[in-house]
Design a protein around this ligand. Structure first.
Ligand code: ATR
Length: 267
């Protein structure tokens, strides 16, 4: 039986085993998937090799550290400089990043997006911005401070400080800051956010398992919106396609997404 695991710290809350074991069952794949608490990325590498795992998922806070410990990297992982999926093959750790694919699939029903405003520029933002760009969507990246905007400037994104943000129409607005995680604060002043929301079509907060003030405002303004739950499930589905080298059809992926949402698998 082949073995897989998700590594993180904390990891107790992770529903990845539920998702992946469910997929293995659905597709008759004789494999098992567990969760492992680790202290650092080196421990992840050692565990995979020692236990001869076929693959792994990496979650917070190790996605960047493990990037440097992989033997080979996919183009997406290289672009993002972070790894969320590993395949262990021919004694090599091959790093992938499926977060961008997961994000794009989560907004698949949002049609006609040409422009996007991404608020926040932390680790979780890179996959989102690069995936949007790959899909020919023009992205403005706005952050509270300068430092994290450098990555985006170097990749030719338009950037702005949150305090200087130009109020205009963006089809999609995404919050990738960590603000809503532990507080009820908004990343920018409510009056400014309201003006931006008013002109936009779709609003996403990539935080999941909690309705942030950002999404509450979107709801109150009757805007089409979602949290990060579907992104989370879909990055997992894309990872499982890499693990088992199978192609899960678009229709099947939609069904898995629906089932996962009903089973509350994402939080
Ligand atoms: P992660 O890698 O998990 O995304 P991170 O790299 O610490 O976490 O990034 C958190 C993001 O939320 C950053 O864009 C951060 O802005 P700074 O670069 O200025 O720190 C943003 N953020 C955190 N708290 C914020 C707040 N109160 N208002 C606005 N942005 C905030």
């Amino acid at each position: 039986m082949t073995k897989y695991a998700v590594f993180g710290n904390p990891i107790k809350h992770s529903k990845s085993p539920q998702l992946h074991n469910g997929l293995f069952k659905k597709y008759n794949i004789n494999s098992i998937y567990e969760k492992v608490l680790v202290q650092d990325a080196k421990e992840i590498r050692d565990y995979i090799i020692k236990n001869n795992l076929k693959g792994a998922n990496i979650t917070l806070p190790f996605k960047e550290d493990i990037y440097y410990l992989c033997d080979e990297l996919s183009d997406d992982a290289k672009d993002i400089q972070a790894v969320n999926t590993i395949l262990y093959k021919n004694n090599k750790l091959i790093g992938y990043n499926t977060d961008g694919d997961g994000f794009m699939e989560s907004i698949d029903s949002y049609k006609g997006i040409k422009t996007a405003l991404m608020i926040g520029a932390g680790g979780a933002s890179k996959s989102v911005a690069l995936a949007l760009k790959k899909n020919n969507i023009k992205v403005m990246v706005a952050n509270r401070s300068h430092a994290k905007l450098e990555f985006y400037k170097n990749k030719s994104f338009e950037t702005s400080l949150l305090s200087d943000i130009e109020i205009k129409q963006y089809d999609l607005i995404i919050n990738t800051t960590s603000v809503g995680l532990e507080t009820d604060d908004l990343p920018i002043k409510k009056e400014i956010l309201e003006k931006l929301f008013l002109q936009s079509l779709y609003i996403v907060d990539i935080i999941y398992g909690k309705e942030t003030s950002f999404l509450k405002l979107a709801k109150a303004m009757n805007k089409t919106n979602q949290d990060g739950a579907m992104m989370l499930v879909m990055q997992g589905v894309y990872a499982s396609m890499i693990f088992a080298d199978i192609n899960i059809s678009f229709e099947d992926r939609k069904e898995i997404m629906k089932d996962s949402m009903n089973a509350n698998i994402s939080n």
